[in-house]
Design a protein around this ligand. Structure first.
Ligand code: AMP
Ligand code: MG
Length: 487
């Protein structure tokens, strides 16, 4: 068994070796009756993993952490984090393990990570487990994000463990195998800083530079360059979330990566009717993580990262703070530039975001969408049809189209490019009602709706007959959507 695994997968233990103070060697809980629910074959191919092996009994043992390739050291990673603004010094992988790093076809190291693999010393009161619905949700939404061109952790597989897990009701247990360019979080730096071990903090930053921004090595201040790279990556990432109407739902600092990949799809949702105040998570009572607040929250989180990294910026604290403040100042500019350019592209306007009339068109459109409670995704897709001469689908979304008509005259005068719009405005996003429907069916044993949903959202710009339902907003009977952290 071990020989088979060794021939198929060679895992590095870079994090475990370099950052032993934050890496607790641990073992996955046994899965009594593992059954593969979904395997991401294109991703397996990118990783050089044989899908036939992954589907085999040994493969399922590997995917649940029950077969450890020789030489690998699975670890629970330690991290801290601000959760809804409150600092928690010891979070860490309570129900997850980093199996190790795998080199992809280009030699780039990627984390192979398990979620739902049993209690670890970081578990606090949790049971260490995960259940089928939420793990499939992460699979669907992360792969949809990837297909939309948005940086994200990837999902390799979901395996049902064969164990019943107590949630509000008994649910089938599952393990998600996740792949990421790393699992370093803002909270990882907060954890290292809180130990008071400056050498650990420095090693963590060096590790991050090696994995995410080797160019920082040549900078005058490599650690400041690392921080600036994280600021830039997060500004670009959150702009992309905003452009597709994605609400992360739980932007705690432990759920924000150093790589700039989206991570931890818990109570996330795609907004339908455009609304800056949109919140879906049942526990976000203060609406801290509303759609429209995401850029400000990201900036707040980056300020926490700066605090954690401060001693690395300069020996003199005052000068370190000045450097951090200056670097963080770039966030707003970078975010605005990325968002404005993205909006101009969504409108099919190539004259660019700096054009005054283009930015006026954007500024005037959003209140119209909000007032008319217009479905954000369908609107922009239909606007592509309007660019090729047929206004009605877009116009028909407004209860009162007067404002839209006036806007559309000015917009059309700019010569929007319908074809370009079709490449940036998706037809298919993981709509909440379809995600819920697919997860409920899968939990009951029927995987067909899940596969149909995956087919739609993994080719989001490619409109296909037979998938009309997947392009439409939720029926009114679906009601206001609520998501839960109880994953
Ligand atoms: P999350 O809200 O999923 O980002 O998780 C926040 C923290 O809670 C992390 O430290 C997780 O490892 C931990 N956690 C979440 N669910 C469980 C669980 N069922 N058992 C143990 N730890 C958990
Ligand atoms: Mg998390």
């Amino acid at each position: 068994m071990e020989a088979a695994a060794q021939s198929v997968v060679a895992l590095n233990g870079l994090f475990a070796r370099e950052l032993a103070e934050m890496a607790l060697p641990w073992k996955a809980e046994e899965a009594p009756d593992p059954r593969l629910l979904v395997l991401n074959e294109p991703l397996a191919a990118e990783l050089g993993l044989d899908p036939l092996f992954l589907r085999s009994p040994e493969g399922l043992l590997l995917l649940t952490g029950n077969l450890v390739p020789p030489g690998a050291t699975p670890v629970a990673q330690g991290y801290a984090g601000h959760q809804f603004g409150w600092y928690a010094p010891r979070l860490g992988d309570g129900r997850a393990l980093l199996l190790g790093e795998l080199a992809d076809a280009d030699g780039r190291l990627l984390d192979v990570h398990l979620k739902g693999s049993g209690r670890t010393p970081f578990a606090r009161n949790g049971d260490g487990r995960a259940v089928v619905g939420p793990m499939l949700r992460e699979f669907v939404v992360s792969e949809a994000m990837h297909a939309l061109g948005i940086p994200t952790t990837r999902s390799l597989a979901v395996v049902a463990t064969g164990r019943s897990v107590q949630r509000e009701t008994l649910q089938p247990g599952a393990v998600l195998t996740r792949v990421a360019s790393s699992h370093l979080r803002v909270g990882s730096f907060q954890y290292a800083r809180a130990t008071g071990n400056l050498d650990l903090l420095r090693r963590l930053a060096d590790h991050a530079i090696t994995r995410h921004c080797v160019t920082a090595t040549d900078a005058e201040r490599p650690y400041l360059a690392l921080f600036q790279a994280v600021v830039a990556a997060q500004a670009a990432l959150v702009a992309q979330w905003m452009l597709v109407g994605f609400v992360h739902g739980v932007m705690n600092t432990d759920n924000m990566t150093i790589s700039g990949e989206t991570i931890d799809y818990g109570p996330c949702a795609f907004m339908e009717a455009f609304d800056p105040a949109a919140v879906y998570s049942s526990i976000d009572e203060g609406k801290r993580y509303a759609y429209g607040k995401q850029p400000v929250v990201a900036e707040w989180n980056l300020a926490r990262l700066a605090e954690a990294m401060l001693p690395l910026f300069h020996d003199d604290e005052e000068q370190a703070v000045a450097l951090a403040v200056e670097s963080l100042g770039a966030f707003r500019r970078q975010y605005s530039a990325a968002w404005s350019a993205g909006m101009a592209a969504k409108l099919g306007l190539s004259d660019g975001p700096d054009d005054e009339e283009t930015s006026a068109l954007v500024d005037e459109l959003l209140p119209l969408l909000q007032e008319g409670q217009v479905d954000y995704t369908s609107f922009f897709r239909s606007l592509g049809t309007a660019a090729s001469g047929r206004d009605e689908p877009a116009r028909g979304m407004f209860p009162d189209p007067v404002g839209f008509d006036a806007w559309a005259v000015r917009w059309r005068a700019r010569g929007p490019d319908a074809e370009a719009m079709g490449r940036v405005n998706p037809v298919y996003i993981p709509r909440n009602h379809l995600v819920e429907e697919a997860l409920a069916a899968a939990t009951g044993g029927d995987l067909d709706p899940l596969h149909r949903l995956l087919a739609a959202v993994t080719a989001p710009y490619d409109e296909r007959p037979g998938l009309e339902r997947h392009a439409a907003a939720a029926p009114e009977s679906f009601g206001p959507y609520r998501t839960f952290c109880g994953t």
